[in-house]
Design a protein around this ligand. Structure first.
Ligand code: 4NP
Length: 141
């Protein structure tokens, strides 16, 4: 079993989109566990952003409506096998939490990172990049 976690700043826009797009693409595989977390506690307990929910609905990607934001903990770095940072800032925060112990598990999800739709408002761009990165990584997982 390979445990994968998608990580962004708030765990309401990009990382839940990546979690459910990857789950959908990997629905025929029983060897993957896929979840998502935030680097911050800012959105703790809040549901998936309606922009991400709209995209998941539009592309008929199933998701859990009860999923709420959770901050990543040191223990998660030990427990997960593959840790994806949605952007360079998330990567920096994860490496700071890792303190050199889990660096080999931590990867930038896509070159250049996924721009934050919280600021850009462009959830279509988020989806396009998330799907591209999921398809590319899935072959290697
Ligand atoms: P995410 O987007 O990291 O893709 O979930 C954000 C969500 C919330 C905030 C920033 C980014 N915020 O400032 O609360």
């Amino acid at each position: 079993m390979k445990r994968v976690v998608m990580v962004c700043l708030g765990n309401i826009c990009r990382s839940p989109m990546a979690e459910f797009v990857m789950k959908d693409l990997a629905k025929d595989r029983d060897d993957l566990v896929i979840e998502s977390r935030a680097t911050s506690s800012w959105e703790h307990g809040n549901p998936i952003h309606r922009g991400t929910q709209a995209i998941l609905n539009q592309y008929h990607i199933p998701y859990s409506a009860s999923k709420t934001s959770q901050q990543i903990k040191e223990q998660d770095l030990a427990d997960y096998d593959v840790i994806f940072a949605m952007d360079e800032s998330n990567l920096k925060d994860l490496l700071a939490l890792s303190k050199g112990r889990y660096d080999d598990k931590i990867h930038l999800f896509i070159e250049g990172g996924i721009p934050d739709p919280w600021y850009t408002g462009d959830f279509e761009e988020t989806y396009r990049l998330v799907k591209q990165a999921c398809e590319s990584w899935l072959k290697k997982l």
